[in-house]
Design a binder for this molecule. Sequence first.
Ligand code: NAD
Ligand code: AHE
Ligand code: ZN
Length: 375
Amino acid sequence: MKTRAAVAWEAKKPLTIETVELDGPKHGEVLVEIMATGVCHTDAYTLDGLDSEGLFPAILGHEGAGIVREIGAGVTSVKVGDHVIPLYTPECRQCKTCLSQRSNLCTSIRATQGKGVMPDGTSRFHCEPAKPQGNQIFHYMGCSTFSNFTVLPEIAVAKVREDAPFDKICYIGCGVTTGIGAVIYTAKVWPGANVVVFGLGGIGLNVIQGARMVGADKIIGVDINPAKQEMAKKFGMTHFVNPTEVGTDKVVQAIVDLTGGGADFSFDCTGNVNVMRQALECCHRGWGESIIIGVAEAGKEIATRPFQLVTGRVWRGSAFGGARGRTDVPKIVDWYMEGKINIDDLITHTMPLEKINDAFDLMHAGKSIRSVVVF
Ligand code: NAD
Ligand code: AHE
Ligand code: ZN
């Protein structure tokens, strides 16, 4: 079939809207009509050529919601008409990691996903006529939600309730689950804890709302863009630190003072390795835990004095909020529908696919929290 998609032909160039060829679902795969997709900073990071796994040409996008339109042979867990959220972290329930119950990082298709192809090693997307480099277009994070139709393995879709609006729940496909999940599944923040969130964007604000949900005491937001303050307060931030005002080298001390000795939990939602160091070092001696959510540019490394760890601080990471996609995502959709979490206010912009480059411009200008493309 043919589908409309925004194609990233090369790094640092705007996406172009194309009609591309899409092969039907093979064994264990489903064809999904994407109804809406969010634009996450990770899409921008890959488009900017900063992803060590970045491949071009590709159809980016990993924060979608849609409807199953066709199923391949052997598919049993979803049927035509089901509403689904694509999962860049699948849940096969059979690999060593899934069976361990110790991590959400299902390994069953991770290798091919990172190479931009389906589990059989081929892409379902092609361009006609072929370009000099061939006619294959790569998948992205196993999702490629910047296409009106996409093909996914059945283990990489979460079936969700049918009364939930696509243009809101698409955000659960990454940002909402990543932020709230990092608080409840990865860090297991306790009521009364002091929490610090570095980076008050589409992820950080969900960390803030997760921290409020679990009854955190102080929720301190740190951002170089003061315009992010207002929304952060609305979602539960109690104190704000602007590194540009207090001085970058004084951020740690400012947080230690505010918390009476250091944070119980901190979260990096910037992807900046210098900020990651601050996030660790503002944690309380003996037990403070810092969770890295931000994705750093290829080649960047984190550093601290080992003494920081010897004296009890813990450095941890979180992918997709530690959520098990097929199990936890439908529950998070329920939380939204029951009014337990706020998604609507974080979606500051919606646009048609033709305007998708505006979503990247708004993000880089610090003017949006989440932009959602509606097909
Ligand atoms: P965003 O652009 O919406 O927000 C980033 C925020 O960080 C902005 O408000 C910006 O002003 C702030 N910031 C930038 N530099 C800063 C600094 N030096 N100090 C303080 N604040 C600073 O991005 P997002 O969509 O919220 O994504 C945030 C990060 O999380 C990205 O690195 C993204 O790739 C990553 N991410 C990771 C996961 C995961 O599963 N681990 C999932 C989604 C996104
Ligand atoms: N391709 C990058 C890694 C990027 C990364 O860490 N991605 C996160 C999700 S970001 C969603 O917005 C993730 O899930 N990581 C676990 C995994 O298996 O990729 C690189 O550095 O090569
Ligand atoms: Zn994302």
